[in-house]
Design a protein. Structure first.
Length: 388
């Protein structure tokens, strides 16, 4: 480790080590006889210090972060510093042609200060909405980073239909995919129910079980629609037409899955790019209440220790599934450094991909989150062309 300093009045980064100057992101740490008050211990390797990691967040999240109301994000940032890196947080508008303007976390002060830094070695995208990712400031920032060869982890949210199309391109993944397609009319629903009798309806851009329904045919015209918090009987599927026309919905066939103590469960698999492929970082398990539509804890699901079902899981097959899925996602969406997958387990140990998420939520299991921080810092180091 060596120590570098930051001068807020000039925006200059300096170092008094005789081995300098050192490469720092897209810029340099200048030599100085005396370090300023703000100093940071950093790793040095082959004439480079850091890595310098940009954390890209929504402009509306900045005030909450500065007020200490983004604890998970602050934990990630602290871990970057602990690993010998430096993190600068900004909204998309803060990314310029050669520098980034935002906020620097100072571990010795336990707070953020306004700061400027060279363009980072890598940027971790935690913008919270699709709408903001589609905005002009974000698109301009992403283009700016791309032009300078700065990796962006991850470029965008996924839509369920796009994920399905990406995975469908690989025949090896077909046994793990449930029939899935967009639905736009009541006629579409009738056709699905005639073939499968019970299906899930999901918003193409939904998350955490929001916009999720289970539809079960009672007759050619009648159906039960179950959703988190209740159910409703429809005498005609035409009554659902306004719902599926209100947004982009997909239908997905129901899988016959394994149960634990009479309850359905599925796996929440966290994965990261590591040494040239996607590997499993952690496995969580979520169990549904007897009558529940979803296993999401947000809608009444229960956290189940992985050890309870571990013997039912073909872990080697799961590792292969994650590696293959990550490769196909990368082909479709560009570099994917991190994702989570909701995986169903069949009665004969079959593995079914329900959906894949580009920006995993915080896992309730502390051991998974600890491993996640470790893997993220390994990823940032790898992308910055350093040995983790």
């Amino acid at each position: 480790m060596l120590t570098i300093g930051y001068r807020p009045d000039t925006g200059e980064w300096v170092c008094n080590s005789p081995g300098g100057p050192y490469r720092f992101g897209s810029g340099w740490v200048a030599p100085a006889a005396v370090l300023p008050d703000l100093v940071f211990p950093v790793r040095e390797q082959d004439g480079r210090v850091g890595p310098l990691v940009g954390v890209l967040i929504s402009a509306s999240s900045l005030s909450a972060l500065l007020a200490g109301k983004k604890p998970w994000l602050e934990t990630v940032i602290r871990s970057i510093h602990k690993a010998g890196g430096i993190s600068v947080v900004s909204a998309a508008a803060g990314i310029g042609e050669k520098t980034v303007s935002g906020y620097l976390f100072v571990p010795t002060l336990h707070r953020f200060i306004e700061a400027a830094a060279p363009l980072p070695d890598v940027v971790y995208n935690r913008v919270k909405s699709r709408e903001e990712e589609e905005s002009e400031p974000f698109q301009t920032a992403a283009a700016q980073l791309s032009a300078h060869g700065v990796p962006l982890v991850n470029r965008s949210f996924f839509r369920k239909s796009d994920v399905y199309d990406a995975l469908r391109s690989d025949r090896r993944l077909w046994p793990h995919l449930l029939p899935t397609a967009p639905v736009q009319t009541a006629t579409d629903l009738r056709a699905w129910l005639r073939q499968y009798s019970c299906i899930y309806l999901k918003r193409d851009d939904g998350a955490r079980g929001m916009g999720l329904f289970r539809l079960t045919a009672l007759s050619e015209t009648e159906a039960i629609c179950e959703y988190p918090g209740g159910q409703k009987r429809f005498c005609s599927l035409d009554a659902l037409a306004s719902l599926i026309q209100s947004g982009r919905y997909i239908a997905q066939a129901l899988a016959e899955t394994d149960e634990w103590n009479g309850r359905r469960y599925d796996l929440r698999v966290l994965a990261h790019w590591h040494n040239g492929r996607h590997t499993i970082t952690g496995i969580g398990v979520r169990s549904a209440d007897v009558e529940s539509v979803t296993t999401h804890v947000f809608h009444g699901g229960t956290i189940l220790p992985y050890k309870e079902v571990k013997e039912r899981i073909d872990e080697a097959a799961l590792e292969r599934l994650i590696a293959l899925s990550g490769a196909r996602l990368g082909e479709r969406f560009g570099f994917v450094g991190e994702f989570s997958a909701d995986i169903g387990v069949g009665s004969e140990q079959q593995l079914y991909i329900y959906e894949i998420n580009a920006k995993p939520m915080v896992f309730d299991e502390p051991e998974i989150e600890a491993r996640r921080l470790e893997r993220l810092n390994q990823l940032f180091a790898e992308l910055a062309h350093r040995t983790p």
